[in-house]
Design a protein around this ligand. Structure first.
Ligand code: M6R
Length: 608
């Protein structure tokens, strides 16, 4: 979604803001802008399109000044035009505001302000907020922002500067991520640590309802009612090299190839080999408490929802506990049956997805215990849940989630081991799972070493306009995930289905122009999926198969086959997904698509 960066210090702000915005580019945006206080007044430069367009605008006329704010916008109110780009100014033109989120009562506020003579030029809720802050200004920017935000419904992460207070930057958050960066004699605000990581690793995470006021002599955090809040300074563990491409053509490819390491990192320190179990102390759950749960709800969006479905198979099969998987966006607005004996697990790479966060809050309100399976350390979901497990997969920059998916499945396997051993799983079964988990990094590497075979497959099918992905059992969610990967980065229409469901409708689509990707490792439902493959062949469909090494039968049936090493049935998704990620990547590259920043998508969806 939108990216925010702000600076107060001795250095020229514009260059730092642009550098920060570049680091946020991966999150997806459609326009950008900066505002700088140059000693005489406020200079605002903004532009629709990519950041390079803003850079061009700035060439030869970069505003000087050491206090400023910068923004990349992902349109919610109004199209992605230059006028709608941030920063927006108030009626006086002296106050500039950047904003991530949605002001839900913007229309009502706009009406009142217009009746009082305010003239607004954009369609945005942010301009309304800027005018409201201007209306509240009586000599203190800090108080004006607090007063205005007390009137606002909805979500926001904002940063505000004013030419009447040239040494002050005020920022605030509610439902949209924001952190303060504490450097040597300089301060930053950002929606994402990667924007400021080149300058400091010391950060203060703001919580909902908090404001931070940055001046040249320091900062303070407060709430909207003016109560000061003491916040700890956290150290970010990863460095800039982790968020750079490191020789790969795209972040997505780099992240696909990182998976042997990221899977290892997610497993690290958690396996109890002798006991056939796992140690996940972050869950903050005693054995007795785990035994008390009579149901688990896993809630998530997108790719994380797909890993949740795999978690459902694992937990039900090995821990014998009923699991429901819910789209977070649906869960939050239903009247879900959740109580203190329900464990609600939220899965989120970013830890900032608005719907997942809201679903977790709803679950907590109803008395459920909540866990997070999260990648981004210090993110809002990670801080709000009762316990959880970090993926330690490192920053995921490509909009299409890859390494986070495999690490999420690993994390769910670790939770399953612990729960299973307290319920139904024998020590021998537990040890067998641990051995299989430990073998995965090398097996993934084996697949990656044959990436050229997948590239050849992509070369054969990249012109297709549609694709069907079919899987059964624990590989049904992999079919969904494979289809999602293909559609989001190559814009080919793709659907995932449980293979047997095909005959209840999608079979009508099958002809010689329809590639059908079967996820068919040698598992308990192998014979069944072979029958489904025959059905597709009988109708002229082009069968592509992801099969186990040495599966001659499937090799004979399919037009193209890619094989994976054997593992336990429940762990096959961690291997079957790798060729599907590569396939999407190579198809998208062949079609000339922008792999890392697909159209209309944002890395972290912080609005509803
Ligand atoms: O950060 P989250 O895991 O909560 O994000 C959820 C989805 O927005 C995300 O998985 C999305 O579907 C990706 N584009 C998938 O590649």
């Amino acid at each position: 979604m939108c990216g925010i960066v702000g600076y107060v210090g001795p250095r020229q702000a514009a260059a730092l803001l642009m550098e920060g915005l570049k680091r946020l580019e991966y999150r997806g945006y459609d326009s950008s802008g900066i505002a700088v206080l140059n000693g005489q007044g406020l200079v605002v430069v903004k532009q629709s399109g990519k950041l390079s367009a803003l850079e061009q605008q700035l060439t030869g006329r970069t505003p000087t000044g050491t206090v400023g704010i910068g923004h990349t916008r992902w349109a919610t109110h109004g199209p992605p035009t230059t006028t709608n780009a941030h920063p927006h100014t108030d009626q006086s033109g002296k106050i500039a505001v950047i904003h991530n989120g949605i002001v839900e009562n913007a229309s009502a506020i706009r009406r009142v302000l217009e009746q009082r003579g305010h003239v607004m030029v954009s369609d945005t809720d942010t301009e309304v907020l800027a005018h409201l802050i201007g209306e509240c200004y009586r000599g203190s920017l800090e108080e004006a922002v607090a007063e205005a935000l007390r009137e606002v419904d909805g979500a926001y992460g904002i940063a505000v500067i004013s030419e009447d207070e040239p040494d002050v930057l005020v920022a605030a958050r509610k439902g949209s991520p924001l952190l303060l960066g504490v450097g040597e004699g300089e301060l930053f605000v950002a929606s994402d640590a990667s924007a400021i990581l080149a300058h400091t690793r010391s950060v203060v995470y703001l919580d909902d309802g908090e404001m931070v006021v940055l001046t040249r002599s320091g900062y303070h955090v407060r709430d909207l009612a003016a109560t000061r809040i003491e916040k700890p300074i956290n150290q970010i563990e990863w460095d800039l090299a982790t968020v750079e491409r490191g020789g790969y053509a795209h972040f997505m490819l780099k992240e696909i190839f990182e998976q042997p390491d990221t899977v290892r990192d997610t497993l690290r320190g958690h396996l109890l080999e002798d006991e056939g179990s796992s140690r996940v102390s972050g869950l903050n759950l005693a054995d007795d408490e785990i035994k008390q749960f009579n149901r688990i709800v896993i809630t998530a969006c997108g790719t994380s929802w797909h890993s949740a479905l795999i978690g459902e198979y694992m937990l039900e099969e090995l821990a014998r506990i009923p699991v429901d998987v819910e789209y977070a966006s649906e869960f939050r607005y239903r009247n879900p049956v959740v109580d203190e004996r329900t464990l609600v697990i939220g899965i989120s790479q970013s830890g900032e997805t608005a719907d997942t966060l809201a679903a977790i809050r709803e679950a907590k309100r109803r008395g459920a215990r909540t866990l997070g399976v999260v990648n981004v350390v210090g993110s809002t979901i990670a801080r709000e849940v009762d316990g959880g497990i970090y993926l330690h997969a490192g920053p995921e920059v490509g909009v299409a989630s890859t390494k986070a998916f495999t690490s999420q499945v690993i994390a769910l396997a670790l939770i399953t081991l612990r729960f299973g051993r307290l319920r139904n799983l024998s020590i021998l079964q537990g040890r067998q799972i641990i051995q299989a988990l430990k073998a995965l990094p090398e097996q993934i590497q084996d697949i990656l070493d044959r990436a050229h075979q997948v590239e050849a497959l992509a070369e054969r099918y990249w012109r297709s306009n549609n694709a069907l992905y079919l899987g059964r059992g624990v590989n049904f969610p992999v079919a969904l995930e494979g289809a999602l990967k293909l559609k989001e980065i190559s814009y080919i229409h793709a659907e995932g289905y449980p293979a047997a469901e095909m005959k209840h409708g999608p079979i009508a689509l099958i002809d010689e122009n329809m590639p059908v990707m079967f996820i068919a490792p040698k598992d308990a439902v192998h014979g069944k999926i072979v029958s489904n493959m025959e059905e597709v062949r009988a109708r002229g469909g082009q069968v592509i198969a992801i099969a186990s090494d040495g599966d001659d039968l499937i090799n004979r049936l399919a037009a193209s086959t890619f094989t994976i090493p054997e593992t336990l049935d429940l762990l096959t998704p961690i291997l079957t997904i790798i060729p599907l990620q590569l396939f999407s990547y190579y198809v998208a590259v062949r079609r000339g698509c922008n792999v890392d920043q697909p159209r209309n998508l944002a890395k972290s969806v912080t609005v509803e």
